[in-house]
Design a binder for this molecule. Structure first.
Ligand code: C2E
Ligand code: MG
Ligand code: MG
Ligand code: MG
Length: 279
């Protein structure tokens, strides 16, 4: 983008910059090869109905394990996957894995349970993203109602008209749309009424600032707006009972966070849903 360009053009050459570039290229090479060797994993984090404690969904989250047992964080490798174009193949794989996982747990979860999948800008710019989603769902015989697509503001900003069109197509199939990390960007309010959204996910940063006066004002404004627009609301990054109580009192329907569970692999998810079956 233009800003980075300017910085690069004006910057003095420094060996550490070349080292940084090489480190990134290395990461992309490793990511491509690990993806092709099926070493990426899709993990799942529960989403809980605040009023009842019921399991109402999971968010699918990519994990990239390393030989030493550590993981490279998605915040590091997702941008590289986007930049390199790898995210198209990885994103397709994520959809496939999410559908497979959905089928494995469908017997234990409630009818309104949803599998949430994060989607990146390049996926939206593909020729026929909504068609690809429909094809994968149909092949796995997963009802579209089971799928929730999470988009961020960067997607919306990229090409608002294209995004609105693709979201309408997804929505027409029955797929649900959540807006992720809500409130972090600068233009959230202008598009929220123009897109066919179902859910607003309140960013973890706001959740963390709930104990301050200005934090509470912002959170309560976001929630109020969500309610008045008829959107579901979910609080991200809930770590304490006090936070859960706070959002419950504000009539936020759902929560996700370490208080309930961290992301887990499919095997652990199977055990989790079996231990928390729909009643
Ligand atoms: P996100 O979509 O906002 O996902 C929520 C992130 O918050 C996850 O980080 C999750 O592990 C973390 N989290 C959840 N509850 C808590 C909590 O109580 N405390 C704290 N400290 N953190 C919590 P993760 O898995 O590292 O993912 C980071 C980001 O990477 C995601 O943010 C999403 O934007 C992106 N990402 C992950 N998987 C995918 C994917 O399959 N496709 C795409 N395009 N992006 C992905
Ligand atoms: Mg998300
Ligand atoms: Mg989020
Ligand atoms: Mg995030």
């Amino acid at each position: 983008n233009a800003k980075n360009h300017r910085i690069e053009a004006n910057a003095f050459y420094h060996p550490s910059m070349q080292a940084e570039t090489e480190r990134r290229l290395d990461l992309v090479r490793n990511l491509r090869s690990d993806f092709l060797q099926r070493r990426l994993q899709l993990w799942f984090q529960p989403q809980i109905e605040l009023g009842t404690g019921r399991l109402v969904g999971v968010e699918a989250l990519l994990r990239w394990p390393q030989a030493d047992g550590s993981f490279i964080a998605p915040d590091i490798f997702i941008p590289l996957a986007e930049y390199s174009g790898l995210i198209l193949d990885i994103g397709h794989w994520v959809l496939e894995q999410a559908c497979q996982a959905m089928n494995e747990i469908a017997g234990d979860v409630c009818d309104d349970f949803r599998m949430a999948v994060n989607v990146s800008v390049p996926q939206f710019r593909q020729n026929n993203f909504a068609g690809e989603v429909a094809e994968v769902l149909a092949r796995h015989q997963v009802p579209a109602q089971r799928l929730e697509v999470e988009i961020t503001e960067s997607i919306v900003m990229d090409d608002p008209n294209l995004v609105a069109r693709v979201l309408q197509q997804l929505k027409a199939q029955g797929v649900r749309i959540a807006i992720d990390d809500f409130g972090v960007g600068f233009s959230s309010l202008s598009y929220v009424q123009r897109l066919p959204l179902d859910k607003l996910k309140i960013d973890r940063e706001f959740v963390r600032s709930a104990h301050t006066h200005s934090g509470a004002v912002i959170i309560e404004t976001i929630i109020n707006m969500g309610h008045r627009l008829g959107l579901q609301t979910l609080a991200e990054g809930i770590e304490t009972e006090a936070q859960a109580d706070y959002f419950r009192q504000l009539q936020v329907q759902q929560a996700q966070g370490y208080l309930y569970a961290k992301a887990m692999n499919l095997e652990a998810l199977r055990a989790y849903v079996a231990a928390n079956p729909c009643v």
